[in-house]
Each structure stands twice: as structure tokens, then as C-alpha cells.
Design a protein around this ligand. Structure first.
Ligand SMILES: CC(C)(COP(=O)(O)OP(=O)(O)OC[C@H]1O[C@@H](n2cnc3c(N)ncnc32)[C@H](O)[C@@H]1OP(=O)(O)O)[C@@H](O)C(=O)NCCC(=O)NCCS
Length: 366
């Protein structure tokens, strides 16, 4: 969670995401102060893609790990509700088989134990996101369990659920898919306030027709590329009105500029040039490795140490240096046009086969 801490500025969330497992490790915070935490706990964000893990054999190590993972998620969800209809229990496993999940674990460094703190189970495609389940555990962050960093606060109301919904939206945005979020809310539960605070709006009716029409084949069906557990008003009628479920929709993207008045934020510069034949990426970059590192410092992934260049002699060099140092090679120039870039990006959301043309291979093997 440390690497995602920028997405939630609440103090307790920052505290959780900055905990270290390894006492020797010292983290640099934004103000450049060094902090060391007395803890063996760390919070991890884990992503599950249900369809792609179905290939694990039940008795293999991966198969057993997957089964334990699903069981722990199931129990955490079940424990957050006083009662649960049996078909709802079933829907938890169906979502994990056919859909996706983000889960936050607390991980104990020396005991190697993991506990689920929060999870979101969803299905998504180009038309948006359907959240089947979202829960944050009620357990507290006590000193008994967490040592000196414990403060007896609960994991709820520190923005964890908001963060999970944002993660899902960011994943879809990466594919260029719609980031609208649909879900059903129990009208008698105080979670209604949570959803309204985030900007969810109650749909005009509780009918599946309020959702994208392409989702129709997946509603309450246990096969297909999505799984949508939907309780219509006929099913609602079998239960007291307080526990009726109603459809809600969020059309807003949850990540907002922290300072909308700042000139650099207000002026949005499109990343992709409008001319399809313009050059998007010129390879090799006319930059030294260390310059690239500097430019990428603020990027969440490429700013990490593992992605840094070993030195500026070996990589990113267009011409050979005067004095040869080790196995230095020059790179062939390759311009990536906007149209090519867009085809790769679209392919990411589909078949992952775009890197098969001769030009692409030529670029990728450099
Ligand atoms: C509903 C739930 C997921 C919210 O999780 P959470 O991590 O506490 O939510 P967040 O911290 O992101 O909340 C965002 C805002 O909503 C508020 N909020 C959250 N739950 C609230 C509630 N029950 N009543 C009123 N406000 C609430 C928070 O205080 C916060 O407000 P702030 O930004 O002004 O401080 C969690 O309470 C839960 O797991 N409940 C039981 C299971 C459940 O009902 N799930 C939903 C149906 S599947």
C-alpha cells in the first residue's frame, strides 16, 4: 500500500500504508524526513482475476493457495453482515470465479500470516463496473496486535472503501473503458450514506434495464465473461422492505486534482497528439538513463528503484561513446506513430497479441 498511499490523504490511511515490515528499512517521506516504525506488519494490495486462475489444479500449490484466498475473502464478507441469504453466499464464490477482486491484507513479516482487512468483488467490461460486494472489516488497529503503532482506531471511515472503488476505476481507465460504477444498496443499511457521500445516485427504478444493455446475459448467470448478482423487485418482495436492495450508479471519477486552482492542473494537455500520423514515442529516447530516471521520479511504478538505469553509459545511447565501456551497443531508431500506440493500448484490453508484427518485434528486442 505504500506505493499507492498518494491516493488517500487521510492520516490513518497514510499511517497504515507507511508501515514497514523490515525494521532496517527507512522510508523517505515527501518532506524528506526519515521514519522508522516499530512493527512487523505491512498492508498489501492484492488483485485477483477469477477466470485466469481457474486453470490451477485443486491439489497444486497454486490451487490450494487460491482456495484459501477465496475462503478468507468469503469469511470476511460473511462476518460483516448479521444475516445473509443463501443465494448471496453463493454469489460471493461466483464473483470470485467469473469476476475480479482487489483485497487489502495485513501481512505479518515474521509469522508469515495474512488477514483480510477489506475487499471489493466486481465484474467489468468496456461499459462499466458492477460491484457485487465491498466490505471493510470492523476489527480495530490495536496495540495488542500491532505493537506500538496500534492506536485502537477501526479500519472503517479512513477511506479504505473509497480507495478500493478508485483502484477499480483506475484499472478500467487504463484500458480506456468506462468507469461508471453500478451496485445495489440495502435501503435499510447506513451504508446508503457512504454511497451518497461518494456521489452514487439512486437509479430511477430497480430494474436491470437501468444498466448497460450488453450486461443482460450475465445477470444472475454463472457463466460468461461477467457475473452480476441482481435482486429485482420481485425477489425483494419476499423480504422486509428495510432490506430491499436498490440500484445505484456512480458516474464520477473518484480521483480528483488535489488543488484544482493550480494552473498546471487546470490546464489539461492531451497526452496523445490528435494527428494519428504524429510521432508518439521516438526510440531510443534522446536522453541519458539518469535523465530518464529523473523525469520518471514521480511516476508510481517507474519511479521505483528496480526500474532505474544501472548507469548512463549502457542504456539509452544513440551513438557509441569514444571510450568503449563493456558491452555497449547502439540502438536502431524507431518512431512509434500515434496510430501504432493506440492499437497497442486497445489490444491491452482485448487479446494481448499486438506485439506480433515485424516492426513491433524489432522495437521490443532492442
Ligand atoms: C460501507 C463500508 C464498505 C464503508 O467502508 P469505509 O472504508 O468505512 O468507507 P470510507 O472510509 O471510504 O468512507 C468514505 C466516507 O463515507 C463515510 N461513511 C462510511 N461509512 C458510513 C456509514 N455507515 N454511515 C455514514 N457515513 C459513512 C465515511 O465517514 C467517509 O466520510 P468522510 O470522507 O467525510 O470522512 C463499510 O462500512 C462496510 O464494510 N460495511 C459493512 C458491509 C457493507 O454494508 N457493505 C456494502 C454493501 S455490500
Amino acid at each position: 500500500m505504500y506505493y499507492l498511499r498518494h491516493f488517500n490523504k487521510k492520516t490513518f490511511f497514510t499511517h497504515l500504508s507507511s508501515l514497514l515490515c523490515n525494521k532496517k528499512e527507512v522510508l523517505k517521506f515527501d518532506n524528506n524526513d526519515s521514519h522508522e516504525h516499530e512493527t512487523y506488519h505491512q498492508f498489501h494490495v492484492c488483485y485477483l482475476d477469477g477466470p485466469s486462475v481457474q486453470k490451477f489444479l485443486p491439489k497444486s500449490a497454486e490451487g490450494r493457495a487460491h482456495k484459501n484466498y477465496c475462503r478468507s475473502i468469503f469469511h470476511v464478507i460473511k462476518n460483516q453482515f448479521n444475516s445473509m441469504r443463501s443465494n448471496k453466499e453463493d454469489s460471493i464464490y461466483s464473483t470470485m470465479d467469473l469476476g475480479q477482486a482487489f483485497t487489502i491484507y495485513r501481512y505479518h513479516f515474521s509469522k508469515y500470516t495474512k488477514h483480510v482487512v477489506a475487499t471489493i468483488l466486481f465484474s467489468a467490461d468496456a461499459n462499466g463496473i458492477f460491484v457485487n460486494w465491498i466490505v471493510v472489516t470492523q476489527t480495530k488497529f490495536t496495540m495488542d496486535t500491532y505493537g506500538t503503532s496500534g492506536n485502537n482506531e477501526t479500519f472503517r471511515s479512513c477511506g479504505i472503501a473509497t480507495f478500493l472503488i478508485l483502484l477499480v476505476q483506475m484499472r478500467l481507465a487504463l484500458f480506456g473503458w468506462k468507469t461508471d460504477v453500478y451496485l445495489q444498496v440495502n435501503q435499510g443499511s447506513n451504508s446508503v450514506q457512504f454511497y451518497e457521500k461518494l456521489g452514487f445516485q439512486k437509479a430511477a427504478s430497480n430494474k436491470k434495464e437501468e444498466m448497460p444493455t450488453t450486461w443482460e446475459p450475465f445477470v444472475n448467470k454463472k457463466k460468461g465473461s461477467m457475473y452480476i448478482k441482481f435482486v429485482d423487485d420481485k425477489m425483494n418482495a419476499e423480504f422486509p422492505s428495510k432490506s430491499h436492495l436498490h440500484l445505484y450508479k456512480l458516474s464520477d471519477f473518484l480521483l480528483k486534482p488535489t488543488n484544482p486552482n493550480k494552473a498546471s492542473v487546470a490546464k489539461i494537455v492531451p497526452l496523445v497528439p490528435s494527428d494519428k500520423n504524429a510521432v508518439m514515442i521516438a526510440w531510443p529516447f534522446d536522453m541519458k538513463g539518469t535523465n530518464v530516471d529523473g523525469a520518471a521520479e514521480d511516476l508510481y511504478i517507474f519511479g521505483l528503484r528496480g526500474f532505474k538505469f544501472r548507469n548512463e553509459q549502457i542504456f539509452m545511447r544513440k551513438t557509441l561513446p569514444n571510450t568503449r565501456q563493456g558491452a555497449i551497443r547502439s540502438y536502431q531508431d524507431e518512431d512509434v506513430k500515434v496510430s501504432q500506440y493506440i492499437s497497442w493500448k486497445e489490444d491491452l484490453a482485448k487479446d494481448h497479441i499486438a506485439w506480433l508484427s515485424t516492426g513491433d518485434i524489432g522495437l521490443s528486442i532492442q
